[in-house]
Design a protein around this ligand. Structure first.
Ligand SMILES: [Zn+2]
Length: 408
């Protein structure tokens, strides 16, 4: 099929996904005659074709190569319709609905709010007037931010978010809520954009992110519905959620709004505080450790069931953890506990007397209890010397091999 498209004349393959930077991407489709779907004729794109790729990791569908910087600048320069009274009326409903949404799902009573891609600051003004928030806007358009200041009285910064030195600007972790409505789809690299966005939010603060929603990217792309040349990326909820998670944002709510001009995907997330983050990592580690002890305990349970007398070698911390996590294993009549440390001999561990190996004459099976590899090897040598005919089991041998901890 001769589509006459640029990719047929040597399609360029992207190096990586603009969101998660994964290096495997696949060609999806190309779209031509985009002007039929564009809200504006600002882009001179009649003969231009857009090629779309999908990231095989996060599912983001993106244009490659994207429109040039000049094309994008031209688009934004020519879409100043939003300062007209008519446009404001159209938007009012939408803004009111989003205000209600924020109130219901975030419930902030007061605080500082930043909108990235604030345009003329109409939404921020509404937010300020309705709830009394302390508001701030960031937008690259000189014209829009000037309007925001002069017409709406909103404090703004004229810049792209990615270009800002947040600490120097006093914007680092300065906001209770960062609000982004239909802006991220215009960004060349949404990954660094989101990373920087999260830096604006105080620990424990909120993120509101809204992007166009394609649903089934492939089908929608093929029929060309809701596809606009000026929108560089289209996000899949799950991939976006996972990426936000990697930045310390827990997604608390997602919604698909089909009530307006085209479907929107709304995400509310909360930036975990350091205390919450620490607790969560601690719990993960604890769960991981407990899983190892429980696995060892299950092994010991099998031994107690299968043998009338089980000798345990090593009256240390690991065995103590196993027995306290699974107290049903504390069966002094079935267990013989050996430790060659004279300081421990004559004492008890969980009610089981600790004995020297020399005082033990019989055992059906012997279990080595420490989790540390080196200690186990030492004990194994002693066991083979002392009880050469008794079968030996290592309670922690298997768990040790798959001892990897995944944090994040
Ligand atoms: Zn990706």
């Amino acid at each position: 099929m001769d589509t006459g498209l640029s990719y047929n004349r040597g399609m360029q393959q992207p190096d990586y996904c603009p969101l998660c930077r994964f290096d495997r991407t696949r060609f999806v489709d190309s779209v031509r005659n985009l002007d039929a779907h564009c809200v504006t004729d600002a882009l001179d794109l009649v003969e231009t074709h857009s090629c779309y790729f999908v990231c095989e990791q996060c599912g983001t569908v993106f244009q490659y190569p994207p429109p040039t910087f000049d094309e994008m600048a031209n688009y934004f320069k020519n879409t100043k319709v939003s300062d007209s009274a008519i446009f404001l009326d159209v938007k009012k409903d939408l803004f009111q609905q989003r205000l209600g949404f924020l109130k219901t799902h975030i419930g902030l009573a007061s605080g500082r709010v930043v909108e990235v891609g604030c345009r003329e600051g109409n939404f921020l003004k509404l937010l300020k007037d309705t709830y009394g928030y302390d508001v701030f806007g960031i937008d690259p358009s000189e014209h829009a931010t000037q309007m925001a200041r002069s017409v709406n009285g909103i404090d703004t910064k004229t810049a792209t978010l990615e270009s800002l030195d947040l600490k120097a600007e006093g914007l680092y972790q300065a906001f209770d809520l960062a609000y982004v409505m239909h802006a991220m789809e215009y960004v060349y690299e949404p990954g660094p954009f989101l990373t920087q966005l999260v830096q604006l939010i105080k620990p424990g603060g909120y993120l509101y992110l809204e992007v166009p929603y394609l649903g089934y990217p492939y089908e929608t792309l093929i029929c060309g519905k809701y596809i606009f040349r000026q929108q560089l990326s289209h996000f899949l909820g799950s991939g976006l959620g996972l990426f936000l998670k990697s930045l310390g944002i827990t997604v608390t709510e997602t919604l698909i709004d089909i009530g307006h001009s085209y479907p929107s995907f709304q995400v509310i997330g909360r930036k975990m505080s350091y205390a919450e983050l620490g607790e969560s990592l601690f719990r993960q580690e604890l769960d991981h450790m407990n899983a190892r002890y429980i696995e060892a305990g299950q092994k010991l349970n099998h031994l107690i069931t299968d043998y009338s007398q089980v000798a345990l070698w090593g009256a240390g911390y690991d065995l103590h953890r196993v027995l306290t996590l699974m107290p049903s294993l504390i069966q002094p009549d079935k267990l013989v506990l050996i430790d060659e440390n004279p300081n421990k001999q004559g004492k008890q561990l969980c009610g089981i007397p600790i004995r020297a190996s020399a005082s033990v004459t019989t055992a059906n099976i012997l279990a080595i209890t420490p989790s540390a590899e080196a200690l186990r090897q030492d004990i194994l040598k002693d066991v083979q010397q002392r009880f050469p005919d008794v079968p030996v089991v290592e309670l922690f041998a298997e768990s040790e091999k798959k001892d990897t901890l995944n944090i994040v």
